[in-house]
Design a protein around this ligand. Structure first.
Ligand SMILES: [Fe+2]
Length: 368
């Protein structure tokens, strides 16, 4: 299994069966993955916790995903799961699935990964796997599905691929599968998400032997987890721009995380961010822990997404600047995706848009 036409990372997997064997192929209907433009162009607050009710116990982490936002480079899904998912692989691109809460075992063709709150689970394109929730709490997943590969920022890597010493994490923070996972079975169903004429499409295969038939593998391409708690923040005497929070990147987007940290320590510093016009990107922030100082008073809380589109400047809500003076520590946790092409709203995003966030800086809107 290799990337970029035998010219990039690869692994050798030693299968017991023939990995190309299939005995049936039918269409897998993906559900509503259409998107509509963010028009009129306004900042938005999407309340993801309103997407799933008490029925989460019957939902699985793959087929239950609801599309929140997307464009031609990346799609953001949210799901609250209680059921084991079907066997699945995403042939469109890599997945970076952030575990907001709950625990799971992610069984893959390379072996099993334990996933817990705060983990990013990186699943390379076309890695056959399934999600098995463990424990009694709902498994809340924020799934970032790329059309490309997802990797550590290039500026943190040596020319041979090692994480450099100034990187906010290193190899010991990445956890891959530890041993083979062998499962017997015949005529097993595998769902495959792949490229299609409208962006993404699905096919349901039946394979004669269980895809978890790999007795061993070696190489540098494999799924892994990285916990957000292992990200070492990079503080400054004055405000540090968002790239210091970057954790991963894909084609035309970056993933950043805001973690609990010491804040700007110049005696005259204003610790909350300055107002900024992100003219080349849409910024979406998923609030997944702590208190987010700059957004106080906007209604944003745990499970919220803020959408700050390119073409609209944004910054602290009224009063947040003054309140932040003298603060030494922010106890906040958020995962940000910045895209260089505009994001459109999926059905999930439209369903939980609070409709009022755009007016939160002025204190009045069209309805008042
Ligand atoms: Fe921003």
């Amino acid at each position: 299994m290799g990337e970029e036409g035998f010219s990039s990372d690869s692994s050798l997997l030693y299968h017991r069966g023939v990995p190309s064997a299939i005995v049936d192929a039918t269409v897998w209907e993906l559900g509503d993955v259409a998107t509509t433009p963010n028009v009129p162009l306004v900042p938005r607050h999407l309340k993801l916790h309103d997407l799933f009710g008490e029925d989460w116990k019957a939902v699985d982490a793959v087929t239950g995903r609801r599309l929140v936002l997307g464009n031609a480079d990346v799609r953001i899904f949210y799901v609250v799961a209680g059921e084991t998912s079907p066997l699945y692989r995403n042939a469109v691109g890599d997945e970076c699935v952030y575990v907001e809460s709950g625990t799971a075992v992610v069984e893959t063709v390379f072996g099993a990964l334990d996933a817990r709150q705060g983990d990013y689970v990186i699943l390379p394109r076309a890695t056959t796997h399934r999600w098995i929730p463990t424990g009694s709490d709902p498994l809340r997943l924020y799934a970032i599905e790329a059309n490309s590969h997802i990797a550590p920022p290039e500026r943190y890597l040596s020319r041979y691929g090692q994480l450099l010493e100034h990187a906010p994490y290193c190899e010991r923070d990445l956890h891959g599968p530890t041993e083979p996972l062998l499962v017997d079975g015949t005529d097993v169903e595998v769902l495959v998400k792949h490229r299609g004429s409208t962006g993404v499409a699905g096919t349901r295969y039946v394979v004669p032997t269980h895809p978890f038939d790999v007795v061993g593998w070696d190489g540098c391409l494999y799924p892994y987890t990285f916990n957000i708690g292992d990200f070492e923040p990079i503080p400054g005497r004055v405000h540090q721009p968002p790239p210091v929070h970057q954790v991963f990147e894909g084609d035309n987007f970056v993933i950043c995380n805001f973690v609990p940290r010491k804040v700007d320590y110049h005696p005259l510093s204003i610790p909350v961010p300055y107002y900024h016009a992100n003219v080349d990107s849409d910024e979406i922030m998923f609030y997944c822990g702590g208190n987010y100082e700059a957004r106080k008073g906007s209604g944003i809380g745990q499970g919220s997404i803020s959408v700050h589109p390119g073409g609209h400047s944004h910054g602290p809500q009224p009063g947040a600047m003054e309140r932040s003076i003298g603060a030494e520590f922010f106890d906040e946790l958020a995962v940000m995706v910045d895209t260089f092409r505009p994001l459109e709203l999926g059905e999930g995003g439209r369903a939980v848009d609070d409709g009022t966030y755009a007016w939160s800086w002025s204190g009045r809107g069209p309805a008042s």
